[in-house]
Design a protein around this ligand. Structure first.
Ligand SMILES: [Fe+2]
Length: 369
């Protein structure tokens, strides 16, 4: 499916009209109160669309909230979906699109997925999740992370408007941009990487490292650059998928209420060093030399001088940004390791077991004190 990409300052206001051109009449608008000030309602009305607003989702979207959203979508006769927000809003909207014609008396996650044809627009208000560029969503059911994947989940329309980043609090800017950074790194070393995905990773990493400081200081030109970089990182994981760092982070998020980007940034350097220390465990069929070249490319892109220096450079960045492991928290490292999804580890370029994962978690606790 080809996505209609609208870019530039003010482009968020054009998403509603793009939905109307695809036949939308009554739009289900998933948006937090912060993300959707008056412009959303004005642009929907201006495009001739009726709409119902839904803001009952949380930072890590829960299945129960998505069930409630899907019920409201049906009850109000909506025919299209628009998400304005970070990854949680966009992932909620994706699930509503996918679930809206399913049997409501059964668990949606256990039914076959089909394209419902409901047009979907995404207006990200963070430079981070890249969800506007992917065909999957991450939600939590009973406290456990679930991945929902279907080709039709790639939004039909994405508007990258840097003005949406202007009011984002600094800590959220950091967490979301670190998430994008991790996407670019993990996609690059993933066993599924392709020439195209590596180009997206390279572009994302150089965009983020060049403009990060100015972005955190509120420079408008930098906001546009990091928004494109996060989108490129999203395109990279849409091809190559995430790996061990993401697999490890979900239980940290649910156990310690850590934002996703914060949690994954803590896991990344541990997973990174593990790859460097275990070339003999390479599972990528392209071999250890290919993997070494990937690690070198990643490291140079973030300003390190060698592959070995990559994770150290990344940890220095976390220190600069004051992103640390939660201190004083109870870390049951064996339990954390037991919850890591083995399916996600298949994308990781070296083999790793539960015992080794527990050790990586333990190393994080040492660093956090
Ligand atoms: Fe992520």
């Amino acid at each position: 499916m080809t996505q209609e990409l609208i870019t530039g300052a003010g482009s968020r206001r054009l998403a509603a009209a793009a939905l109307a051109r695809r036949g939308a009449r009554r739009c289900f608008a998933v948006a937090s109160d912060r993300a959707a000030s008056g412009w959303l309602e004005r642009s929907l009305r201006g495009a001739g669309l009726d709409f119902v607003r839904f803001s009952g989702f949380s930072a890590n979207p829960r299945y129960e909230d998505i069930v409630a959203a899907t019920r409201l979508f049906r009850k109000s006769g909506c025919d299209s979906v628009m998400a304005v927000g970070g990854g949680s809003a966009i992932d909620t909207a994706k699930c509503v699109k996918l679930f809206c014609r399913m049997d409501a008396s059964q668990n949606y996650l256990e039914q076959p997925y089909e394209d419902t044809g409901a047009p979907l627009a995404a207006v990200p208000t963070t430079a981070g999740s890249g969800s506007e560029a992917t065909s999957f969503a991450v939600i939590y059911a009973g406290g456990e992370k679930r991945s929902v994947a279907h080709d039709s989940l790639l939004p039909d329309i994405a508007a990258l408007d840097p003005q949406t980043l202007a009011t984002l609090p600094l800590y959220q800017k950091k967490c979301t941009l670190l998430d994008a950074l991790c996407h670019a790194v993990e996609a690059w070393w993933s066993v599924n990487s392709t020439e195209e995905s590596v180009e997206y990773s390279r572009s994302a990493l150089s965009g983020i490292t060049s403009h990060m400081d100015d972005y955190f200081e509120g420079e408008p030109g930098a906001a546009e650059a990091v928004m494109f970089a996060a989108n490129a990182a999203g395109r990279a994981i849409n091809i190559a998928k995430t790996t061990a760092a993401h697999a490890m982070c979900y239980k940290l998020t649910s156990s310690f209420a850590l934002p996703h980007g914060h949690a994954v940034a803590l896991c990344l350097p541990r997973a990174w060093r593990y790859i460097l220390e275990h070339p003999e465990r390479t599972t990528d069929i392209r071999g250890a030399a290919h993997l070494a070249e990937a690690l070198r490319g990643i490291a140079l892109c973030i300003g390190a001088r060698s592959a070995e220096e990559g994770p150290t450079r990344f940890e220095a960045l976390l220190d600069e940004l004051c992103i640390a492991a939660p201190s004083g928290a109870e870390w049951d490292v064996s339990r954390l390791a037991a919850f890591v999804d083995p399916a996600r580890l298949k994308n990781f370029p070296v083999s790793i077991g539960e015992k080794e994962l527990a050790e990586l978690y333990r190393q994080m606790t040492v660093r956090g004190k």
